[in-house]
Design a protein around this ligand. Structure first.
Ligand code: ARG
Length: 291
């Protein structure tokens, strides 16, 4: 009576059963794009001739913030400052692990003043261990915590000296990675962490953004990583934010979302078209406050 099998619910395979993804609650710091414009160009995405709709950017940012809140996460905010149009990209202003804050030092003078506003926010909000870097350091733009090691990008923004400084200040092992494609100028445009809660962290990345040696390092460290395509990367799909189960992605990143769903993750799509005109996506707008 083989026909009766058709009506039975399929049991998960052993592999699927081991892919139950558990979200953990996060605390994020964000900055509203109240003064967002593209009036200078410090990456290939930024064209000051292209019109920008600040109201639309604000609506997209607000929707992103609400997605985090609906997922059960806490969102703190910092007051935006006039004259700092990129301050919305909060990820660039601090790396926080176990309550220790390593601030930032921007490469572009147009963004330099952001670092001090964030430093003051940390001090006002109870952080006692706040260190400002001496090397160029664009924080979570180039630093990604996997739960066991801190992946650190260099090539366009953050200086390699900042990697050694991060290891010393944060007391975590740092793995340096070389970025080679100017479109993927920050590590967080080419790689993000899907699961930082296990002793076998899982990441997703676009190999083409990395030097040959760094690609080897990534293969060695993360043999079962989700490998993204050029199309995934080109909509800033690698600028995702994962809580271990839900993965917030730009809405164009449907192929990547499908690949993640196959691994047991839940893609959550947001429209960040206006912020992308500055080279930013969901992760750029989101600094994680750990501990
Ligand atoms: N326009 C900004 C810059 O070039 C975008 C920063 C995006 N932030 C990020 N974490 N990748 O600096």
């Amino acid at each position: 009576m083989s026909a009766t099998f058709d009506t039975q619910l399929p049991l998960p395979t052993a592999e699927q059963a081991s892919q139950v993804r558990v979200p953990t609650r996060r605390r994020y710091l964000m900055c509203a794009p109240q003064y967002f414009t593209v009036e200078y160009s410090i990456n290939p995405w930024m064209d000051p001739e292209q019109p920008v709709d600040t109201g639309l950017a604000l609506a997209q940012w607000t929707a992103l913030k609400e997605v985090y809140q609906q997922l059960g996460h806490t969102v703190e905010t910092i007051t935006p400052e006039p004259g700092l149009p990129d301050m919305v990209f909060a990820a660039n202003s601090g790396t926080v692990i176990d309550g220790v804050v390593l601030g930032s030092r921007f490469r572009a003078e147009q963004r330099a003043a952001e670092a001090e506003h964030f430093r003051r926010w940390f001090l006002r909000n109870g952080y006692r261990d706040v260190v400002m870097p001496t090397s160029i350091n664009e924080a979570e733009g180039d630093f990604t915590w996997t739960g066991t090691v801190l992946l650190a990008g260099t090539g366009f923004r953050t200086d390699p000296g900042a990697h050694a400084e991060a290891q010393e200040v944060l007391g975590v092992p740092v793995v340096s990675l070389n970025l080679v494609d100017p479109r993927y100028y920050h590590l967080d445009t080419a790689l993000f962490v899907l699961d930082d809660q296990s002793d076998r962290p899982q990441v997703c990345y676009f190999p083409g953004a990395f030097s040959a040696g760094s690609q080897k390092v990534l293969r060695r460290l993360f043999p079962d990583a989700v490998i993204a395509t050029e199309a995934d990367a080109a909509c800033l799909g690698l600028n995702g934010v994962s809580d271990g189960h839900n993965v917030v992605l730009p809405l164009e990143a449907t192929a990547l979302g499908g690949a993640l769903a196959e691994r047991g993750y839940q893609p959550v799509y947001v429209d960040i078209s206006e912020l992308r005109k500055s080279g930013g996506g969901p992760k750029c707008c989101t600094m994680e406050l750990r501990g």
